[in-house]
Structures are given as structure tokens and as C-alpha cells.
Design a protein around this ligand. Sequence first.
Ligand SMILES: Nc1ncnc2c1ncn2[C@@H]1O[C@H](COP(=O)(O)OP(=O)(O)O)[C@@H](O)[C@H]1O
Ligand SMILES: [Mg+2]
Length: 288
Amino acid sequence: MATNVTKEAAAGRSPEPVVRLNGVGKLYGNVRALRGIDLAVRPGQVTCVLGDNGAGKSTLIKIVSGLHQHDEGEFLVDGNPVRLSNPRDALNLGIATVYQDLATVPLMPVWRNFFLGSELTRGRWPVRRLDIERMKRITDEELSAMGIHLDDLDQPIGTLSGGQRQSVAIARAVYFGARVLILDEPTAALGVKQSGVVLKYIAAARERGLGVIFITHNPHHAYMVGDHFSVLRLGALELNAARADVTLEELTNHMAGGAELAALKHELAQVRGVDVEELPETVQTPSA
Ligand SMILES: Nc1ncnc2c1ncn2[C@@H]1O[C@H](COP(=O)(O)OP(=O)(O)O)[C@@H](O)[C@H]1O
Ligand SMILES: [Mg+2]
């Protein structure tokens, strides 16, 4: 797949998407959580999904990760329509999700968490036991390959910083064959420095040819690593643009509800009986 990416990039074309949504909609009873969602996730690219609370971000990734089913539109993997029944179906297609509340066991060593649920063993029953040496070696190799350097793989994973734990989870997904990596607000609970750590590994995953779906409500984080930006508002796509077609300022404006703020400013001006132009220029409307 890596050669495909290079070939297509050299030809100036975008690689074919691994995951594509066409006009996807989702209803929870009478609540319409999503409508008309178009999304493409390509190898070696980061697709950012932005939006305020309740915009539908989690619903969208629950569909792609196999937790929920879509009610409308098409969900394609490698160009074939799919209907996933559970997260195992998604994993089998190479779609892995790293959730905000990481599924790690804090008191277990880093290497143990890396192989949690997929432990390597050696020997045959009744003398079958964990292949600790091999698990440690592979964990070390895989973390190094992602540029992650930990002093001691025997330390409990709970002693790592939030950013480091996210990084281990990303390296783990890569090792277990993910082609698409979904990250649900990985930087939401982190400070500036730790966020930087996670953004670095998002970039590393992209360099290794993965398609990344990066959910965030921080336009600055999105713009640092994103190739494509999809902004959700009330369950619909408000903006769907490639990096070349949107500036950080425009993205920030969409996230801040630029149009809504402009309308509010207009109303305020009327209430106060002043000219809109006399109000301080705190809101800039998107130029495009
Ligand atoms: N399981 C559910 N049942 C009913 N409504 C839901 C459910 N999950 C989400 N919703 C509704 O769907 C909308 C989108 O929610 P969500 O996808 O969680 O948004 P976000 O992740 O962007 O905050 C909200 O109005 C929310 O209340
Ligand atoms: Mg959410």
C-alpha cells in the first residue's frame, strides 16, 4: 500500500479512500443526529472532524468504528458497501479506534498493555506460558519506530503522562494492522505540551501510511496536522474542505460560529441603536 501512496502522490493524485461516506444519516428515535455526511479517509492523510458539543462527532465515529449503524446513505470500505455489526467487524477491515478513556490497565506494565487481549505465548499446553521476552522486544521496536522513547517498559502504564499513553495506544493500533485510525478528542484533556506529543504521533501515523480521523474541537490542533477538514454543526456538514482551500482563520471562524456571531452583533447594534460599523471589530466573517 505504501508504494501506491508514493506512486499516486508522485502523479499528483490523491490515493483512493479506504473509508468513504456518501450522504450518511443517523436517527436516534426521532432525534436526527446526522444527515447528508460525505467523508473520505485516504491513506497517508489526516481527516479532521470538528464541531461543537452535540454536533454529531461521536455519532459519526461510532458508525465508522462499528458501534452504530447508519440509517441513510452509503458506507464504503475499499470501494465496497459495508454494514458493520460491531467493532470487531471494523477491526477486521483495519479500522481501529483509540477512545478518550483509553482501555488500559493502569497498574500493568507498558508492554503488557501493548499486548492486552492479544498476548503472545510460547510452548504448548500444559506448559504454555506468556512469551514475555518477545512481547517486550516487539513493544520496544514498535514504540521506537513511532519515535516514542520510554525509559522502562516495565513501568505501570498508569505512571505515563496522558500524551504518552495516547501515543502507546496509537503505536499499538499500527502494530495490530490498522489502516484507518480513529482518535476521539485525544487532546481534549491535555495541556499544550502533552497535546504537542499526541499531534507528533498523529503525524507519525500518517507518515506510516495510515488514514487518520482526528476528532477535535480545537481548530489550532486540527490545522497543525490536518489534510482535510470537516466541520459538523447540528448533525450536518457546515464545511468540508481540503487544506489548500481553507485558512486557520476561516476554520476558527467556523468553529466559533462566525455567521451566528455576526448575526448576534447585528441584533446588539439594533438594540443599542448604533451602527453595526461602530461596534468593535471582534468578529470577522469568513471571506470565502
Ligand atoms: N444514544 C443516543 N440516543 C439518543 N440521542 C443521542 C444518542 N447519542 C447522541 N445523541 C444525540 O445526537 C446528537 C449528536 O451527539 P454526539 O454525536 O454525541 O455529538 P458530539 O460528539 O459532537 O458532542 C446530540 O443531539 C445527542 O443528544
Ligand atoms: Mg463526542
